[in-house]
Design a protein around this ligand. Structure first.
Ligand code: ZN
Length: 86
């Protein structure tokens, strides 16, 4: 299944996220994770365009969950949702 067309872009209030996370918004796939992100999950997928892995991070100090798409067709850093448990 191609999940590319499923939009997980979340509408969020920038005031609620930390400085480092705000800095990640719209960064490309070459931009590294910041110091307070914890890697939760990695999805390895082989696409026609090559290896299109996705890395999921949660932030230690604010309620954000990130998806980092590192493949050639990836969109880089994407804020997926806010973690309501925090
Ligand atoms: Zn944060």
């Amino acid at each position: 299944m191609d999940t590319r067309n499923i939009s997980t872009t979340y509408t969020f209030d920038e005031e609620n996220i930390c400085y480092d996370c705000r800095n990640l918004i719209k960064k490309d796939r070459f931009y590294p994770a910041h110091k307070n992100l914890v890697l939760d999950n990695v999805v390895y997928s082989k696409m026609i365009t090559g290896q299109e892995d996705e890395f999921y991070y949660t932030c230690k100090i604010c309620p954000t969950i990130w998806r980092h798409e590192t493949g050639k067709g990836g969109f880089g850093w994407q804020l997926t949702k806010l973690n309501s448990n925090k």
